[in-house]
Ligand binder design. Structure first.
Ligand code: GRF
Length: 215
């Protein structure tokens, strides 16, 4: 029996991770869920054009129009609750959600972070800053992490991680691109598929991935 889950993708910018999810849907890597809504905090986000090109419903909840996080999170909840959404994916979404929002969608929000958590994560580590910090530290390996979202910034249970090599002469921008291409765009659609296929469970803070029983 088919039970395709509805995915809302929250974005603020370019939306290459959204594109990775759309591509995965098209080529069958993401088959247990489909992106039914793209919600942007930014009316100018290019991610909105990607959604429209793919005939996905869009919605803008402009962060600038809200005075604080609580009010903003409430407005987001209202939009999401008015649709049937099973999974929320934060794909380059620039704002921290409040605890009420997180409780409402407990263990149903996935974020992609461009480092190997617990390195280079937490408040202030976003966008190219993460890669600047990795290069400043001199790590030889970095990568990306797909994780559930809880009340701690980048602190929720880890679903998947993939390592990426740091190379001589890397700039933060070059490293950012390599991490996206080699890790983020691969593990985010896979994490979405595992969630939608009901293959993820959380014990304490460890995520277990059950075997695929479809042969
Ligand atoms: C990605 O590096 C993601 O890991 C981070 O924000 C960036 C978003 O890029 N959370 P995009 O909008 O998906 O292109």
């Amino acid at each position: 029996m088919e039970d395709i889950k509805n995915i809302a993708v929250l974005v603020s910018g370019g939306g290459t991770n959204l594109q990775a999810l759309i591509n995965a849907e098209k080529d069958g890597r993401l088959k247990s869920g489909r992106v039914t809504l793209v919600l942007s905090s930014n009316p100018e986000a290019y991610a909105l054009s990607r959604a429209k090109e793919n005939k996905i419903e869009t919605c803008i909840v402009d962060r600038k129009l809200f005075s604080d996080r609580t009010e903003y999170s409430r407005a987001l909840l209202k939009e999401l609750n008015s649709r049937k959404i099973d999974l929320i994916i934060l794909a380059g979404f620039m704002y921290i959600l409040d605890s009420n929002f997180i409780k409402h969608y407990k263990n149903a929000i996935i974020n992609i972070h461009p480092a190997l958590i617990p390195s280079f994560c937490g408040d202030g580590f976003y966008g190219v800053r993460v890669h600047e910090a990795a290069l400043d530290y001199g790590v030889k390996l970095t990568g990306a992490t797909a994780h559930f979202v809880n009340e701690v910034t980048d602190g929720g249970p880890i679903i998947l991680q993939k390592a990426v090599e740091v190379k001589e002469g890397d700039t933060p921008e070059i490293l950012q691109r390599r991490v996206m291409e080699q890790a983020e765009w691969e593990i985010l659609p896979l994490a979405a598929e595992l969630f939608c296929a009901g293959r993820l469970s959380i014990e304490d803070r460890t995520v277990r991935i059950s075997k695929n029983n479809q042969t």
